[in-house]
Design a binder for this molecule. Structure first.
Ligand SMILES: [Zn+2]
Length: 109
């Protein structure tokens, strides 16, 4: 069985500098656009390849709370994507926005 160091050395995982945790590289490859699609799905917008008679209808705030759980607790989604508390859009906090007085996108800073 591979050790933790073997797993790290394999390149499939890397150390997450923010929380001293290990995150999958695959997680980092999930784009903002993909997370936006999940955000819209949670609000009731079905992708064409899914067929459900009953799909979620969460508010923007509640939809982002699901995403936040997937970021912080499960480490499935990159935690750099934030929701602007003014306009509700998602943005990549590594490239734009500010968290000085709550999370805001570049348009609302
Ligand atoms: Zn905004």
């Amino acid at each position: 069985m591979p050790t933790l160091q073997d797993t790290i050395d394999s390149g499939c995982w890397k150390e997450c500098p923010r929380k001293d945790q290990f995150v999958s590289l695959a997680c980092d490859e999930i784009s903002l656009e993909e997370v936006e699609k999940l955000y819209k799905f949670l609000q009731g917008e079905l992708p064409p390849q899914l067929h459900m008679s009953r799909h979620p209808h969460l508010s923007e705030r509640m939809a982002f709370r699901v995403i936040y759980y997937l970021q912080e607790i499960m480490g499935i989604l990159p935690d750099r994507y934030e929701r602007c508390i003014t306009c509700g859009t998602l943005y990549d906090s590594y490239n734009e926005g500010s968290s000085e007085r709550g999370n805001h996108c570049d348009n609302c800073c």
